[in-house]
Design a protein around this ligand. Structure first.
Ligand code: SAH
Length: 267
């Protein structure tokens, strides 16, 4: 959970070296942070203000900051691909995630999107996450506990969402799994009228299957497909230009709105 004021025990921090490279660490009291061949006692960092500079035992300076979600997500411990911050930004807006919302997400993977969803729904909302693999569920549990802290607004279900989807009156549903079209009928049952179904998919044939199934179902409308290309810039003295490397492709976001029960023809 993002906080303010002096740095606290057990918080996550980002250390930036002279080249602004990022190192994600935790403030475990009594421990020493190993960084670029030097060490920094954690007890020296607890109580400092964000934006302070500290020197390691190698006399190398590091700036300390609380990580933003954009810094935390790419540095998150993981065994599966996460949704990148450039796409998380779109998902929060086009998925219209609001404080107090009831949101379902599947799968969880390392929990990168989960962090952003939990923050967006706030303490009045709820996020219910489905993950088929117990080992990924465990990793997500660790990451959320480590980087978000205690969560009363999160439920993690180790289940296959294609077979088992128990919720009703859901505001928003985000699917980041290979065959989301298999969830459409159950998603329609779980979402409230006006609710939003969103999928994140890496390839065009997957998007086609998803959209074709949505249209054939007839219970959804206002289908939109989008992708984002985010190019960072380098700006130092006269060298003001795009950075040489960029992440050129991650996935396509598809959103659709659920119609009322009355608009769908009985089967
Ligand atoms: N959105 C996550 C990454 C998810 S990776 C993040 O941003 O961190 C995709 C996950 O979906 C994997 O962990 C995989 O195990 C899970 N998954 C695949 N099929 C599933 C299903 N039918 N039900 C639940 N989870 C599923």
């Amino acid at each position: 959970m993002t906080t303010r004021g002096p740095l606290l025990e057990n918080e996550a921090i980002i250390l930036l070296d002279r080249k602004e490279r990022e190192y994600l660490r935790k403030l475990n009291r009594g421990a020493k942070i190993s960084i670029r061949g030097g060490r920094i006692p954690v007890d020296d960092l607890i109580g400092m203000e964000e934006g302070s500079t500290i020197r390691s035992s190698m006399n190398e300076p590091f700036v300390i900051l609380r990580p933003t979600l954009a810094q935390l997500i790419p540095n998150l411990p993981r065994k599966a691909q996460v949704i990148y911050p450039k796409d998380t930004g779109l998902i929060l807006i086009w998925g219209d995630i609001f404080p107090g919302a009831k949101v379902i997400e599947a799968g969880v993977g390392p929990g990168a999107l989960t962090l952003a969803l939990l923050r967006a729904v706030g303490s009045e909302g709820s996020v219910i996450s489905y993950e088929i693999r117990p080992d990924f569920a465990e990793m997500a549990r660790d990451n959320i506990a480590n980087f978000y802290g205690p969560t009363s607004n999160w439920t993690l279900k180790v289940k296959d969402i294609i077979l088992d989807l128990d919720e009703s009156d859901v505001d928003r549903m985000i699917l980041d799994l290979p065959e989301p079209w298999q969830v459409i009928q159950k998603a329609w049952g779980a979402l409230r009228p006006g609710g939003i179904l969103l999928s994140f998919l890496p390839t065009v044939p997957q998007v086609k299957s998803f959209v074709d199934t949505l249209r054939a179902h007839q219970g959804f409308t206002d289908i939109q497909i989008m992708e984002s290309l985010l190019r960072f810039w380098h700006a130092k003295e006269l060298s003001i230009r795009p950075q040489h490397r960029m992440v050129a492709h991650t996935g396509f976001i598809t959103v659709a709105r659920r119609l009322t029960n009355a608009t769908i023809k009985p089967l």
